[in-house]
Design a protein around this ligand. Structure first.
Ligand SMILES: [Zn+2]
Length: 158
């Protein structure tokens, strides 16, 4: 659902505590995974009540919620996209706004024609995220990533 004005945004902010409880907050350049329910596309689901519609329960994607509380309103028809390609990620540093076409272009650019396949473990998602961002920067995280990829290759998952 779309949040269209600041009054609605202020109401959403009352759910911030719950949001952070459901996010595995990590270093600022790591993925912050949603640890509660995911939708079929692998996106985190945030539920809340809409007092402006008689308190009806509603839901929105968790990464969109993250964008709202960090950056403010999202223009109508605009998507919140991931630089890391990890739908469950709520790290505001990994989010950017775009159109449906931007989303397609972004996937093509990253050679991401995975369709609906969702990386299965946090390590896999992290490895994919690191690859997409052209990371890592430190020797330590480089070694960690190498080890992760080697392990996934051994398991035939990478
Ligand atoms: Zn991420």
């Amino acid at each position: 659902m779309t949040i269209v004005n600041n009054e609605q945004l202020e109401h959403l902010r009352t759910y911030e505590k719950r949001f952070w409880r459901n996010v595995d907050k990590d270093d600022e350049d790591e993925c912050w995974d949603w640890n509660m329910s995911l939708d079929i596309g692998g996106y985190g689901i945030m539920t809340f009540r809409r007092p402006w519609e008689g308190g009806k329960t509603s839901s929105m994607k968790a990464h969109r919620y993250s964008w709202l509380i960090h950056n403010g309103l999202i223009p109508e028809g605009i998507l919140v996209l991931h630089t890391c390609d990890n739908p469950a990620c709520c790290n505001p540093n990994h989010l950017f706004l775009g159109t449906t076409q931007d989303n397609i272009d972004d996937k093509v650019r990253k050679g991401n024609a995975r369709g609906n396949s969702i990386p299965r473990t946090p390590e896999q998602r992290k490895a994919i995220g690191d690859k997409a961002r052209g990371r890592p920067r430190t020797e330590e995280s480089k070694a960690k990533q190498k080890a992760t990829i080697a392990r996934l290759q051994k398991e035939g998952l990478y």
